[in-house]
Design a protein around this ligand. Structure first.
Ligand SMILES: [Zn+2]
Length: 211
């Protein structure tokens, strides 16, 4: 169903990061779909409180899924030549995403580190990449790997470490209702995978035990 508005991207696969969206969000279709949900539930979509809901929800989805129409590699194109070759870490990057299984929010913090290979990128760009990748229908595990692979490739880094800690509302408010559960995922590449000391330094820095 979704594929009628999606063209295969230059890498030609079905994985979200490998597709390129060309068409804008179809607002009329989104609104009709939300109205249909209300009708299916037995609600009256024309009562006062619900009248504007389809339009509001359509705008909300456009915002929450804005990353589908952005290239997460783009913020990483401007780099600076620098001899610095120690770990660069940005921790506690806040993000909000929607799980692709329930379209319910999951949100938390991403910690991103890399070992430069002669070039560095502005620190705010790392947060920008997290934002683009999170504003898509996601699963936390894939988001973690996408971040790691993208940084590895675009920065030509000697290593990348990504840890994401998130709360999933689909676990908190429905199903097993584990309200306080935090899900942690990690992806290590290059030096972070090969050298336990690098990985330990990264984990210590994230958890604030490195003074
Ligand atoms: Zn879910």
């Amino acid at each position: 169903m979704m594929n009628d508005r999606v063209k295969p991207g230059r890498r030609g696969a079905n994985h979200p990061k490998e597709r390129e969206l060309t068409a804008p969000v179809d607002h009329a279709r989104l609104q009709a779909a939300v109205r249909e949900i209300l009708v299916a539930l037995g609600e009256d979509p024309d009562r006062e409180g619900l009248r504007e809901t389809p339009a509001r929800v359509a705008r909300m989805y456009e915002e929450m899924f804005s990353g589908l129409r952005k290239d997460p590699a783009e913020p990483l194109q401007k780099t600076f030549t620098e001899k610095y070759d120690e770990m660069v870490l940005v921790k506690d990057i806040r993000f909000e995403s929607l799980c692709e299984h329930h379209l319910l929010p999951f949100y938390g913090k991403a910690h991103v580190a890399y070992l430069p290979n002669g070039k560095i990128v502005g620190l705010s760009k790392l947060a920008r990449v997290v934002e683009i990748i999170s504003r898509r229908p996601q699963v936390q595990e894939r988001m973690t790997e996408e971040l790691a692979d993208l940084l590895m490739k675009e920065l030509d880094a000697r290593g990348v470490g990504v840890v994401i800690e998130a709360s999933h509302t689909c676990m908190a408010i429905r199903g097993i209702r584990k309200a306080n559960a935090i899900c942690t995922t990690s992806a290590m590449r290059g030096g972070f995978k090969e050298h336990p000391a690098t990985r330990s330094e990264f984990m210590a820095l994230i958890h604030g035990r490195w003074r």
